[in-house]
Structure formats: C-alpha cells, structure tokens
Design a protein around this ligand. Sequence first.
Ligand code: PMP
Ligand code: GLN
Length: 384
Amino acid sequence: LNRRLAEFGTTIFAEMSALAVATGAINLGQGFPDTDGPEELREAAVRALREGRGNQYPPGPGVPELRTAVAEHQLRRYGLSYDPDTEVLVTAGATEAIAAALLALVEPGDEVVALEPYYDSYAACIAMAGGRRVPVTLRPHEGAFRLDLDELRAAVTGRTRLLLVNTPHNPTGTVLTREELTAIAELAVERDLLVVTDEVYEHLVFDDAEHIPLATLPGMRERTVTIGSAGKTFSFTGWKVGWITAAPGLVTAVRSAKQYLTYVASGPFQYAVAEALALPESYFETFRADMRARREVLAAGLGEAGFEVFRPAGTYFITTDIRPLGVTDGFAFCRALPERAGVVAIPNAVFYDHRAEGAPYVRFAFCKQPSLLEEAATRLKTLA
Ligand code: PMP
Ligand code: GLN
C-alpha cells in the first residue's frame, strides 16, 4: 500500500460487519436497512432489466431519465434549478461522487477543511487526491454536536481549496442550521472557496429540523457541488446510485475524474431510481415518520441501558457517550461489545484526527426493525 493510503487499512464498516457475522451479534454498526425499499421500485428495476434498459453501458453522465428526475427533485423540493444535460452527473453511489469531486478539484498540497468527525471515505479520498485534511471538530453543546464558527474561520488559510460539508451529519446526526450554513457560505464567498456538500441524508430529518441545501444560500450555487444518493432515501444501499448537481464547469471537472473511476455503473438501477425520485410526497413523509419511530425505540433503549444519548435531528444514527457506563475507550468498548452483549456498534474515534476527542463516543444505527432494536436494547441493559 502506498504512503498516501497506508494509514487507512480496512474500513471500520467492513471490520465491524465481519465481526457481527462471526459472532451472530445484532449489527447496529454499518448503516444499512434490514428491510428493502418499496416493492414497486424493485419491480421497476426488474422491468428495466427485462426490457433491456441499462444492461449495456449507459451514457457516461447517467441515463437522461435519471438526470431529469434529479433536476426535478432539486427544483420541486428546494427551488434549485439545474440543467439535466450540463449540471447533473450520475455516479456509483455518493462514494464515487465524493472521490471524483475531490480527485477533480483538489491539487496536491491543497488544504481541505472538513467537519470532524467525518465520514470515513473523506479522509481517504483527500489523501488519494494528495490534499491535506484540516478537521474542524463538532462538539457537544446543549445535547447536539455543533460547529464552532470561529474555529471554522480559523481553519481556512491561504492554502485552503475547498470546504467539505456534510448535513445531515454522519455520525453525529446533527442537521446544520441556517445560521451555521450562512456562516459557511459567507466564508466560502469571502475566501473564494469551492464547497462539496454531502447531503445523502436529506430526506432523513426529524421533528422541527429542516434540511437546507447549501447551494440555496447566496453566492453558493456556482461554487457548490451537491452530492445525493438513492441508497439511504429509498433503502436500497446495494444499488449504488448517486449523483451530483453543480454548475457546468464543476460537473465537467468531476466527470473528468469519474470517467476513469467506473466510467458508468448500475445501469438498470438508474431507471428504477428515476421512478423513485418521482414518488409522491407521501412516500418521503412515511419513510421519515417510520425512521423517527425507530429512533425513539433505540434512543429510549440506549438511555435505559445507561448511555448518554445525543438525540439525532437527522440521519439514521445515534451517537452516544459511553462514559456514564464507567468506560472511556470507544474502540475497546466496540471490539468487546459483540461478545459481552451481542451487539455491534461503531467507535466514533475512527472518524476523528483528534482521536482523543472522539474516544468516548459510539454510534448505533437505528434503520432496523423495531423488534430488533428492542432486542438490542434488552441486551445492552445487561452492561449496566
Ligand atoms: N456519505 C455519507 C455521509 C454516508 O453516510 C454514506 C454511506 N451511505 C455515503 C456518503 C456513501 O453513500 P453511497 O452508499 O451512496 O455510496
Ligand atoms: N454509510 C454507511 C455508514 O456510515 C456505510 C457505508 C459503507 O460501508 N461504506 O455506516
């Protein structure tokens, strides 16, 4: 393994999912639902396969039906207008979008400011692009992990090329507020920075939290690459259909990198996702309400088991603090948890450069059947 990647090893998701399989523990680690999305979408994929749509290489930028559906979705929900031909690019999941955007936009030596804890592929992709990551740490404040705007401003230097944002935020469940996003936008404009914003959990916001795409803020549309994905919203994480929306110059740049990564992927699934994005609003509302109910089940169970619970405003993850259980090392805790309690979770420390800051936090996924979440909670109560 070369020096750029040497520090990364195996992703925590592979490690912990393998541990779940080996021990038979309930897997609340890697974020994937234990129930597939709507039957009609599975049928849409089967229909595309049978009718021979997407079985051969689809067009490099993505099938026109999906690019149009993405543009209509951004317009309908957020009032953001994108040209499906020049401002939308379909990718192999958000993962490829992140990689292609960073490979296309970062020069070796450039600094990339990212919110810490950060989704694990950010660090690896910044490294592959030869960039240097500069983490800005989200810290607990009144029950949620929040961004310190002064720290954010201080992190930007003359070498900063782009800001890498994620809202709703994995793993903390924070949904950035309009005030926080405005500060990010003003900074980007003032310092003339590009912004890559990962919004794959855009439909998973709860209670009175609102997902505000960064591209809707003044001065942002032309400098922002917005990343979306079908995996989370439609509960088909294996289909690997994602996309970016951005101004034509940025899309062209990202496409340059993307064409040498996969060229294209997921042909028949692209047609199915085009249908998914056009589902009536009731689908999205039901999905949200359903996940909110699951959050309640797991949050209550974790609370009763003695964890400090950071109730997430978005995503399908709950970050907890394990210190009330009398332990401080989330890594050791997660490695032992399958044997001790038959549950798998993710140590947030892997998402930090400042490992000590992340040490006491552990993430649990609640995108699972409520009965399974209850069983997990029962098991975790034996820890106390
Ligand atoms: N970004 C974030 C914040 C994620 O949690 C994930 C995992 N779903 C991804 C990107 C990758 O998404 P995909 O499965 O579409 O590649
Ligand atoms: N996004 C998922 C999570 O955060 C994992 C996806 C993956 O395995 N790369 O759990």
